[in-house]
Design a protein around this ligand. Structure first.
Ligand SMILES: CC(C)(COP(=O)(O)OP(=O)(O)OC[C@H]1O[C@@H](n2cnc3c(N)ncnc32)[C@H](O)[C@@H]1O)[C@@H](O)C(=O)NCCC(=O)NCCS
Ligand SMILES: Nc1ncnc2c1ncn2[C@@H]1O[C@H](COP(=O)(O)OP(=O)(O)OP(=O)(O)O)[C@@H](O)[C@H]1O
Length: 303
């Protein structure tokens, strides 16, 4: 089977790891790990997040490899579940047991699978990922007692699974349009990415936040993020002031918008994918907006 050029499993894995690194490096992110430190987390920092992203590279490559030209069926879903759980183990080995990227592996893993499976643009990728997420995985543990599961039963939040089965609305309808709007308005890339993150934070029912801060915490995160945008966004002086105030609040209350971080990484991934009909951008996985290289040679990928 072949993956449509210029994409290959290695390129897709590199793009996914690059998106995770870009998300981690983006600063200042309210409550999240960034260049300044662990944010609301006392068990994480930037080097740990970058090591975790790198540890996921083989899982992303394997996900792309098994999805290339494959039919979207229960067999593929179960294989992705197996590879995803193996990826989670590689992550915890690299981090000494810290959950650095569980939600991110889920979102990016499904999107990588959809792109490798032939999705030709970002909306098709989100729909393909949704189709995979909706399929049953008979090998999945019945109950994990995860924070997300607990938040789901307590608050009725659909969480990471719901976002995926709904075809990533916060990526497609919120983060990507905001990223492009802020770029078009002339803001620097960093400010545009922060605005995209804030737009997601202002709307998402993030189970990380619900788990740590309940509904009050979620309301504080959503309202604080909306205020930064209303003040002009991360690229304006007043918006920056509001952003730093929000960061202080989230650190003080130990609230981490991890789900929004994941969805920003997913948006950056879709923004960086070398789509077959689009400009040739293979190899730009880490700094996609700054250079352009010719498309990679087509590689054959056998299941
Ligand atoms: C679906 C997952 C995320 C588990 O979800 P659950 O809510 O039970 O877990 P947990 O609380 O540990 O993690 C959820 C994470 O999702 C992110 N998140 C939280 N809220 C949201 C939201 N509303 N939208 C998107 N992401 C969110 C956060 O990072 C959070 O930490 C996933 O880890 C999983 O089931 N993996 C199994 C392996 C698999 O099937 N993989 C296939 C593709 S690789
Ligand atoms: N920059 C970031 N900093 C911190 N977390 C991030 C970042 N980007 C994405 N995340 C996501 O946030 C999640 C961290 O989850 P969470 O804070 O709920 O950790 P936990 O260990 O499960 O919970 P807790 O720390 O409350 O015990 C990860 O799954 C990861 O995908």
């Amino acid at each position: 089977m072949t993956i449509t050029p210029p994409t290959t499993p290695a390129v897709l894995a590199g793009t996914a790891v690059g998106a995770l690194a870009e998300e981690a490096l983006l600063s200042p992110k309210p409550g999240l790990v960034d260049r300044r430190g662990g944010g609301a987390h006392d068990d994480m920092d930037l080097p740990l997040l970058l090591a975790s992203a790198e540890a996921l590279r083989p899982a992303f490559e394997r996900i792309a490899y098994v999805s290339a030209g494959a039919t979207t069926d229960v067999g593929l879903r179960e294989e992705l579940g197996r590879v995803g759980r193996e990826g989670e183990r590689a992550m915890t080995r690299a981090t000494g047991g810290v959950n650095t990227h569980r939600g991110a592996l889920w979102a990016l893993g499904l999107l990588v699978a959809a792109v490798a499976g032939g999705a030709g643009d970002e909306r098709a990728a989100a729909r393909g990922a949704a189709g995979l997420a909706a399929l049953p995985d008979r090998r999945a543990p019945e109950e994990t007692r995860s924070h997300g599961e607990r938040a789901m039963s307590r608050y009725g939040s659909p969480g990471a699974r719901g976002e995926a089965t709904a075809a990533f609305p916060h990526v497609i309808e919120v983060a990507l349009p905001r990223l492009r709007h802020s770029r078009a308005a002339g803001f620097a890339e960093e400010a545009a990415r922060l605005d995209a993150l804030l737009a997601v934070m202002s709307l998402l029912d993030d189970t990380c936040v619900l788990h740590r801060g309940g509904l009050d915490g979620l309301r504080a995160v959503q309202a604080g993020a909306a205020l930064v945008l209303a003040e002009g966004g991360a690229g304006s002086a007043r918006g920056r002031e509001a952003l730093m105030a929000l960061d202080g609040l989230l650190r003080e209350r130990r609230l981490s918008p991890g789900g929004s971080g994941d969805l920003l990484a997913a948006a950056l991934f879709l923004d960086m994918v070398p789509w077959p009909g689009g400009p040739a951008r293979a190899g730009q996985e880490v700094r996609p907006r700054r250079s352009a290289r010719p498309a990679q040679e087509v590689l054959s990928c056998r299941r």
